[in-house]
Design a binder for this molecule. Structure first.
Ligand code: CU
Ligand code: CU
Length: 318
């Protein structure tokens, strides 16, 4: 009996150890593959290409690229990014509730497959968010029936790598009847929070802290060139958090948000907010007025992320 137990125990340990080593080999291979891809890709710097967007009634034709392009994430710090259309974030898209999207992805990346996952649509991911192979293109059709501020991103495995390398952006679906506050708005801007991790460091992506947390792609984009407004104007921000891993506690210093539409849906109304929480992939419309001339910082109130770059400002003049 005792001997039998020992044998069973030994067999169990052997199976567990074998499982562990298979896992690490598999993971190691994945790492090696990704690294060699990246090593080849660092030679690439494909120039940005404008998206092509045309409308025919309620049919909107959107043509975008996936491509490898160098972007500046901090003064003098270049990241060899995986992008939509050569920018990080990718192009801001705006459509109307009820539109049918005819989306074409041209994958100009000669090595890595990419894909498109629009949070704004109902679709079977296994059919419509699928990989487009290197140097190929794919067209997918779906409707945008829900209003909101939605994330889009590449969903190719490993998704964390594609998002962390820069493949994301925002698609705004405007409600059929607009927002109740539309008439009050004088200016609007889009602000996208995201993280940058050390280049080609898969372990840092899964287990580490971001090196930069930024608005609109870099730690200087919205401080070096502040957003502009006049005293007393009603400002609308479309804010979205791409992650891949962190939440955002979005706050504008020196004001209180009059109206917030969570995820940009006109039914999700909040009033008098100081800070709005955006989960990874979450969005919001934030509206407020700045009553005195001066510089107003906006930031994520997770202050360690401000130190890493997640701050911008609005310059208000008379
Ligand atoms: Cu991708
Ligand atoms: Cu997603």
């Amino acid at each position: 009996m005792c001997q039998q137990f020992k044998v069973v125990l030994l067999l169990t340990i052997m199976i567990v150890l074998a499982g562990c080593s298979f896992f690490s080999i598999e993971k190691e291979n994945k790492k090696v593959d990704i690294s060699s891809d990246i090593a080849t890709e660092t030679l690439l710097d494909q120039p940005p290409i404008d998206p092509v967007i045309t409308r025919d009634g309620d049919d909107v034709y959107i043509e975008m690229t996936s491509q490898v392009t160098n972007v500046e994430i901090s003064e003098g710090v270049i990241f060899n990014a995986w992008t939509f259309n050569g920018t990080v974030p990718g192009p801001d898209l705006k459509v109307e509730q009820g539109d049918t999207l005819h989306f074409t992805l041209k994958n100009l990346d000669p090595i890595v497959p990419h894909s498109m996952d629009f949070h704004a649509v109902h679709a079977a991911p296994s059919k419509k968010f699928i990989d487009v192979m290197p140097n190929e293109e794919g067209t997918f059709v779906y409707s945008a029936n829900n209003p909101g501020v939605f994330m889009y991103h590449c969903a190719t495995d490993p998704m964390i790598l594609h998002v962390a390398n820069g493949m994301y952006g925002v698609i705004i679906v405007e409600p059929k009847d607009g927002y109740p506050t539309d008439d009050e708005i004088d200016r609007e801007y889009t602000i996208i929070q995201s993280e940058w991790y050390p280049y080609d460091d898969y372990d840092a992506l899964e287990n580490g802290e971001p090196q930069y947390v930024v608005f609109n792609g870099s730690d200087f984009a919205l401080t070096k060139t502040p957003l502009e407004a006049k005293v007393g104007e009603k400002i609308r921000l479309y804010v979205s958090n791409m992650g891949p891993n962190e939440v955002s506690s979005f706050h504008v210093v020196g004001t209180i948000m009059d109206t917030v539409y969570l995820d940009g849906n006109p039914h999700n109304v909040l009033k008098g907010m100081q800070t709005v929480m955006l989960p990874a992939s979450g969005g919001a419309i934030v509206e407020f007025t700045l009553t005195e001339a001066g510089d107003y910082p906006f930031l994520t109130h997770q202050l360690n992320h401000v130190a890493k770059g997640a701050i911008g400002k609005i310059r208000v003049t008379e």
